[in-house]
Ligand binder design. Structure first.
Ligand SMILES: [Zn+2]
Length: 299
């Protein structure tokens, strides 16, 4: 009888150990780029939920009940930060009641905390539109900054789940290798468009322009976050008729009317880009697609 009981204890202990060893960290990512990056760096150790798709504007989403439920159970929150999610993340955090993912905790990871930001405004004037007062948050379009974020994200995963440290380190090494090779490949690809003028819908491509050497000459929005006005568009039209641009770029989730109107009037090609990776797409696949789409538009 005692023997039987012992067996049961051993069995129970084994199961407890097995569950512990295979406990997955629950990650809530604000945007698809961070879930894609986390997937590469954490793989099977993570269960990831993404708050937005690449068809949504990450500046504006609803802190809906299903999202609050995910936030309540998350071990790690990965977002862009720098006020990109200011319209919904503070509320989500408050409603989650989850101490682990609050600011200052190890489960609170804001990618922009680990890179330098461009366009920090010297004067903050809300009449100038939806200004990002911490600087431009759209850092995920710069491959070099992605690498910096990856290093820090990997450290966070190790801190929260030290039992899988060597595996996280190995995943970071292989991601870094692949990404660096890709950077040199992409660098060669964008040589032909360096210095070329482009028009964008919202000022969300600044990191991409810096990295690729494209030259943003105008935005369709006169003020960030405020839809293009007719007077601004006609001004743009006359400018572009004198000095044409290579292309007009907008994110697929944005209203395309203004971009197409301007394209029709000027004959400048227009391209809709996915601002973030698609479902199950890796960062490499998405960035490959982005660059190819731009290059195809120029030929
Ligand atoms: Zn923005």
């Amino acid at each position: 009888m005692l023997h039987q009981w012992n067996k049961l204890v051993v069995f129970a202990l084994f199961f407890a150990w097995f569950n512990l060893a295979h406990a997955e960290m629950r990650v809530l990512a604000c945007e698809p780029e961070w879930s894609a990056l986390a997937k590469s760096l954490g793989g099977e150790h993570l269960t990831i939920y993404t708050a937005t798709t690449n068809q949504q504007d990450p500046h504006h989403i609803q802190a809906r009940p299903s999202l609050i439920a995910k936030a309540r159970r998350a071990d790690l929150l990965i977002c862009t930060g720098a006020e990109l999610e200011i319209g919904w993340l503070p509320l989500l955090l408050r409603k989650s009641g989850n101490g682990n993912i609050q600011p200052g905790q190890s489960g609170h990871f804001m990618a922009t905390d680990y890179v330098t930001l461009l366009e920090k405004p010297t004067v903050l004037d809300r009449s100038e539109g939806d200004i990002h007062s911490a600087g431009n948050p759209h850092i995920h379009l710069d491959p070099d900054r992605i690498l910096q974020v990856a290093t820090h994200l990997s450290r966070t995963l190790i801190k929260l789940d030290p039992s899988n440290q060597s595996d996280y380190q190995q995943k970071l090494t292989s991601f870094t290798q692949v990404w660096q090779n890709k950077i040199s490949e992409w660098n060669k690809q964008v040589q032909s468009i360096k210095g070329k003028p482009i028009v964008v819908h919202h000022n969300s491509w600044v990191y991409f322009q810096r990295w690729s050497g494209l030259n943003q000459v105008a935005t369709l929005e006169l003020k960030p976050g405020i839809p293009p006005t007719t007077s601004h568009l006609s001004q743009l039209l006359s400018n572009l008729q004198q000095t044409p641009a290579l292309m007009i770029i907008y994110a697929r989730y944005q209203d395309s009317k203004a971009a197409h109107w301007l394209s029709q009037k000027t004959g400048i090609p227009v391209v809709a880009l996915d601002f973030s990776p698609g479902l199950d797409e890796t960062m490499v696949q998405w960035f490959d697609r982005l660059i190819n789409q731009i290059l195809e538009t120029t030929t």
